[in-house]
Design a protein around this ligand. Structure first.
Ligand SMILES: CC(C)(COP(=O)(O)OP(=O)(O)OC[C@H]1O[C@@H](n2cnc3c(N)ncnc32)[C@H](O)[C@@H]1OP(=O)(O)O)[C@@H](O)C(=O)NCCC(=O)NCCS
Length: 176
């Protein structure tokens, strides 16, 4: 898929929900329903959902939940099947980290299936580290989840200089 990676990142809107449902269905064993996703997207009090859009197609999304003034939970992140490995998730996280650290968020947490090595590799690049396990966290698979925590800092200033570049210059970030 390389060579056409020209996406922009923007806040998710109600009209995106159909595409988010499609991405969820393809990427998660226990996908969220349309109404769950709509509740998340429209909860502007405590959530921040962004999408990466390329040529009119939503190719990935990220959902954050603000827990305390300086703390957030990553509720979900997924890249559209067939668009993985091009830096979509990295771009979504980079944009989010820059935004939330400017707002004073200092720490982030999430749960991830112990077998989800692709997601773990991504999270480790952002300084996430395991602090515990939730046994049988996932209803369908009964798989355990790792609980990860990280200090939040914009990508350029948190020592992750060995990370791959975000992508070509034509990628743009367009979030109010
Ligand atoms: C985990 C997930 C979100 C990662 O998304 P992604 O868009 O493929 O992630 P990225 O492309 O940003 O980074 C992944 C890889 O691409 C590489 N990459 C980054 N930028 C790149 C670019 N411009 N071109 C090519 N590869 C790139 C990264 O180095 C990374 O390599 P790795 O294999 O060593 O980890 C995706 O696999 C997914 O949707 N999984 C299913 C849902 C899921 O499990 N979500 C997490 C729940 S906790």
């Amino acid at each position: 898929m390389s060579g056409s990676d020209t996406w922009r990142i923007r806040l998710a809107e109600k009209r995106d929900v159909g595409e988010l449902v499609d991405i969820e269905a393809a990427q998660f064993p226990e996908p969220w329903t349309k109404s769950m996703l709509l509740d998340e997207i429209t909860n502007l009090e405590s959530r921040r959902y962004t999408v990466a859009q390329e040529a009119g197609v939503v190719v990935g999304f990220l959902g954050l939940m603000f827990v305390l003034k300086d703390e957030l939970h990553i509720n979900t992140i997924a890249t559209r099947a067939g668009y993985e490995g091009r830096g979509v998730a990295t771009a979504l996280l980079d944009e989010a980290w820059a935004e939330v650290s400017a707002r004073g968020v200092a720490r982030a947490t999430l749960e991830v299936a112990v077998s989800n090595t692709r997601a773990l590799e991504l999270y480790y690049r952002y300084g996430f580290a395991p602090v515990g396990v939730r046994k049988n966290y996932y209803e369908k698979t009964r798989e355990d989840a790792l609980i990860l925590w990280a200090d939040v800092a914009p990508r350029s200033s948190n020592g992750r200089s060995d990370s791959p570049p975000v992508g070509p210059a034509e990628r743009s970030t367009d979030v109010p």
